[in-house]
Every structure is written in structure tokens, then in C-alpha cells.
Design a protein around this ligand. Structure first.
Ligand code: TXE
Length: 482
């Protein structure tokens, strides 16, 4: 595959230094290609291009910007299979998942915001003999920094509303998953999006990401990634009074109420726990089970986990592929070992799979889905984000205790509640300190809803009007008749 380049001011260019980084396929540990190792010099060039394109893009009527989003959606849809392949190469996730989730959502992110914008009414308030008109203007040049778990899905989730609201962009994908961001740049270039409206700068977080966050002409930062990195981003952006959106980590609870029917939901619970090898910030990593049901549920959940087909991500039947990198594999394994040290019992999985699963590449970053029981809910393994295929099981004696356990971490992103009585489920959900709770479902997404978390899961919300508001500044014009 051709070496990747930055996309700045409508041109594909190497980094200023000419340095590059290797892009590795985690399923084979082989090099796919290289990407530019850019620096603040490249970020400054991209920002200048974005600033230069700003006035014309701001002046483009929103109807035209909506049309742009529709054209981009059409163009990405035509590349649906290519997106899926590139995502699987970069992340090691099963090709079926890349198609069904990553490629599909990358298209719908553009289609959704185009349609949603058409449905918005002008915002006006009348009082005291005056009419207040609320006008939304672009923020200007915005910085988008995205992670490796859902590369194009999360990048387009920011690019679509940012373009819609008239902003120009400097984007930085994770250095571990540059391929589909490059495909997006190629697509926008083919569509002849005006030069400088979208700029892509590849590189390392502390070098390129940091340069974006601290650039004085980048007025807003939309970041998705780890909590510790989010803390660094916030520390840089806050004193500069930049608009800041932080979508960070999670340690989500999957809560069974005592009227849940395990046979009906076990496969959903497994999906909520191990989709993308648990590398989704919304995955349930702790399963809370009424004590009187614990043995039966634990046994059936483990059987459900063991039904998952782990294998070569390019195989259509594979349900779980590799984790993102050898380094991340070691991090996840260290948590399994910590779990054992903290008194946990490994109920299934727990070892590097290279010997025990057919069809996977010996040097790939494969790990069998792992379930650990017997841990205190206050243990590090049960409260720190592992972001891999590891789930802990916890019995509870009454709903008050379940709420205490569910809310007992530094995170507050999402959770799910499983019950035969949705009123009970709704009431329980409102006691969870999280941004999102699913009842009897998981990852069921209406893009109009607010997405985001509390505590160390981040600041702000993405989705519908929340994205449109983040990527715009409002001016209120109050008019009194003469
Ligand atoms: O995130 P990082 P990664 C969590 C999960 C995972 C951890 C690390 O715990 O193990 O984050 O994942 C850029 N200034 N989530 O490595 O390191 C970096 O180059 C500016 C949850 O993906 O935070 C990348 O483009 N930018 C999350 C992006 O930040 C910096 C999904 C994210 O990298 C930077 C993924 C810096 N100093 C991981 N350092 C979710 N909530 O969905 C790095 N970056």
C-alpha cells in the first residue's frame, strides 16, 4: 500500500520533516504502510489553510453545506466495502463488524446531520414587545482528535456536524488507525470540497495532537480517547478558553434485575460485553447479578462467551478478532493477572490464544474473551478501565447495593439494565450516574439523542442539537419594533 500523506490545503503532502511512522496490522503484526510523523510545523500549515478557507465556507449557504454532506454520504456508501476492509486491516476487528458498524455508521453520520439540519426551525423568542432571533455562526477552525477503536465512525461523527455548521477542520486520527481517515481525505478531494475546508495531519498524540490543542487559531477541540489524555487536552485548552468536548473512557455496568430471564438475554449480554473485543467505550465490563441467580447466570453467561468464534478477522464467520496492538494486548493481560492477584477466579479465557485457537496468526494480538468472578467490586480490576475482552461478574443482594456497585467507579458513561418490567428498569436507570442507560437493549442508537458521560467519562454531549451547538457560536439579536 502506498505510504500515506497528510492532506493540507487540498494537497497530499509528506510531513515537513519527511519522518514516518509504521502502520501495523494487529492480526498479523505485519506492516501495512507508513504514515507521516508530523509536527507543529505541519499543524500550523494545516491551520493556515483552514483559516484561509474559512470565510468562503462560512458564507456558503447551509442548504449547500447540507448538499455537501449528502454527496459525501453517497461517496462513502459507494466505498462501503473498502472502508470495512481498511478498518479491519487497521484494527483487527472482524470484517462483519467493520461492515455492520464502522462503514455503515460513517455513512449515516453524514446522512443523519444533513437530514436533521433540514428539520431545524429558526429559533425565536418573543417578549417585552421584542423578538429575539438566535443566530448560529461557525466557531471557525476546529480541531478533531480521534481514537483507534472506531476510527472512521468517530471521525465522521465530528466532521459531519463541524462542516454542516460552517467550520473548517484540522483533524488527527489515531496513529494506529490512519487508513480510513486517509480514505475520507481522498473522498473529499475527489468531490472537490473547497481546498483547506478539511485538513488531515497524521502523527503522534503528544506531537500532533498536542500542537492542535495548543494552536491559538484553532478555536474548539473535539476529543475522543482515554481519560488520562483527556486530562492533558483539558489542561492545555482550558486556559486558552477553547470550546472543549471530551468523550473519554468508561467502566460500564450491565445490571440484571431479579426478574431478568437469562436464557432470553444471554447473547445480548455477551454482545454488550465483547463487541470489538470490548474496545468500545460503551461496552459493559462489569455484570451485576442478583445473588440468588448468580450461579445459574454466571454459568450461562460463560457458556455464551465460549460460543464466540475467535479467529482471523478477515474470516466472515469470525465474531472476535485481534485487539488493537501487541502493546494493548500486554496491558489487557496485565489486568487479567491483576484480577487473579486480587482474588479473582478466571471462569473462561485468560490466556494468549496463539496456541489454542485455529486460524489466527501466531504473532497476532489475539486474546480469548475472559470472564473473572469472585472479585470485590472495589478491586482495581473491577473499577479501572481495561478496554479489552475482560468482564467481571458481581453478585448483589438488593437494588440499593446494585446502584452502589454500578456507580462505584470514577467513570459515568453508560450502562444497561435487564428486566421483564420496563417501569422498574426505567426507575433503576435513573439512579445510575451515567450519560446513557439502555434497558433491555445495548448500543441502540438514535443520533438525535445526547451522547456522553459524567465524572471521568468526559465533558459535553455529542449528537443532534448538541453537536450542532458545540460546532457553532450563538448570537441573540433582540429586535424591538420602532
Ligand atoms: O487513546 P488516546 P487511545 C480509552 C481506552 C484506551 C485509552 C487509550 O482506555 O486504552 O483510551 O486509547 C491522541 N494531546 N479509550 O490510545 O491515547 C492520540 O494520538 C492531544 C476510550 O486511542 O487518548 C489519538 O489520536 N492528543 C475512547 C487520540 O488522542 C493526544 C476510545 C486518542 O488517543 C495526546 C478509545 C495529547 N497529549 C480509547 N496523546 C472512547 N471513550 O471511546 C494522544 N493523543
Amino acid at each position: 500500500m502506498q505510504p500515506l500523506l497528510n492532506y493540507i490545503g487540498g494537497s497530499f503532502v509528506p510531513s515537513n520533516s519527511g519522518d514516518t511512522i509504521e502502520d501495523i496490522n494487529p492480526a498479523t503484526n505485519q506492516r501495512i504502510t507508513t504514515l507521516p510523523r508530523s509536527s507543529s510545523i505541519d499543524v500550523d500549515k494545516a491551520t493556515q489553510a483552514a483559516i484561509g478557507a474559512g470565510p468562503a465556507w462560512k458564507a456558503t449557504p447551509i442548504e449547500e453545506r447540507i448538499k455537501w454532506l449528502e454527496n459525501i454520504a453517497d461517496a462513502l456508501e459507494a466505498k462501503h466495502e473498502e472502508i470495512a476492509l481498511l478498518e479491519t486491516l487497521d484494527t483487527g476487528k472482524p470484517i462483519s463488524l467493520s461492515r455492520r458498524v464502522d462503514a455503515a455508521r460513517s455513512v449515516s453520520n453524514f446522512r443523519f446531520f444533513a437530514q436533521y439540519a433540514k428539520e431545524q426551525q429558526p429559533m425565536q423568542f418573543e417578549a417585552n414587545g421584542a423578538i429575539n432571533h438566535i443566530h448560529r455562526n461557525p466557531v471557525g477552525c476546529v480541531g478533531l482528535i480521534t481514537p483507534w477503536n472506531l476510527p472512521l465512525y468517530l471521525l465522521t461523527w465530528k466532521v459531519a456536524p463541524a462542516l454542516l455548521m460552517g467550520n473548517t477542520i484540522v483533524a488527527k486520527p489515531s496513529e494506529m488507525t490512519p487508513l480510513t481517515a486517509n480514505l475520507l481525505a481522498e473522498t473529499l478531494d475527489e468531490l472537490k470540497l473547497p481546498e483547506g475546508v478539511f485538513n488531515l495531519v497524521h502523527g503522534l498524540g503528544p506531537e500532533v495532537g498536542q500542537a492542535i490543542v495548543e494552536h491559538p487559531n484553532i478555536k474548539a477541540i473535539s476529543f475522543t480517547g482515554g481519560t488520562s489524555t483527556g486530562r492533558t487536552v483539558a489542561a492545555t485548552a482550558a486556559p486558552m478558553f477553547k470550546k472543549l468536548s471530551l468523550e473519554l473512557g468508561g467502566k460500564n455496568a450491565t445490571v440484571l434485575l431479579d426478574d431478568a430471564r437469562i436464557d432470553d438475554i444471554v447473547d445480548e449480554l455477551v454482545r454488550a460485553s465483547f463487541t470489538n473485543s470490548g474496545q468500545v467505550c460503551l461496552c459493559g465490563s462489569r455484570v451485576l447479578i442478583p445473588a440468588k441467580m448468580y450461579d445459574e447466570v454466571a454459568e450461562k453467561f460463560v457458556k455464551g462467551v465460549e460460543r464466540l468464534k475467535l479467529g482471523d478477522p478477515m474470516d466472515e464467520s469470525t465474531q472476535m478478532g485481534a485487539v488493537i496492538s501487541a502493546e494493548h494486548l500486554s496491558k489487557v493481560e496485565s489486568y487479567i493477572n491483576l484480577g487473579i492477584e486480587e482474588g479473582g477466579i478466571v471462569l473462561t479465557g485468560g490466556t494468549s490464544v496463539n496456541a489454542s485457537v485455529s486460524g489466527v496468526h501466531a504473532e497476532g494480538a489475539f486474546l480469548r474473551p475472559t470472564v473473572i468472578g469472585g472479585l470485590k467490586h472495589t478491586s482495581r480490576t473491577a473499577t479501572e478501565e481495561i478496554f479489552g475482552p475482560v468482564v467481571t461478574l458481581h453478585p448483589y443482594h438488593d437494588e440499593d447495593e446494585a446502584v452502589l456497585i454500578a456507580n462505584g467507579t470514577e467513570y459515568g458513561l453508560a450502562g444497561s439494565v435487564w428486566t421483564s418490567d420496563v417501569e422498574r428498569g426505567h426507575a433503576f436507570a435513573q439512579r445510575m450516574d451515567t450519560g446513557i442507560v439502555w434497558v433491555n437493549t445495548w448500543l441502540n442508537r438514535d443520533l438525535r439523542t445526547p451522547f456522553g458521560g459524567v465524572k471521568q467519562s468526559g465533558i459535553g454531549r455529542e449528537g443532534g442539537i448538541w453537536s450542532m451547538s458545540f460546532f457553532s457560536e450563538m448570537t441573540n439579536v433582540c429586535i424591538k419594533q420602532p
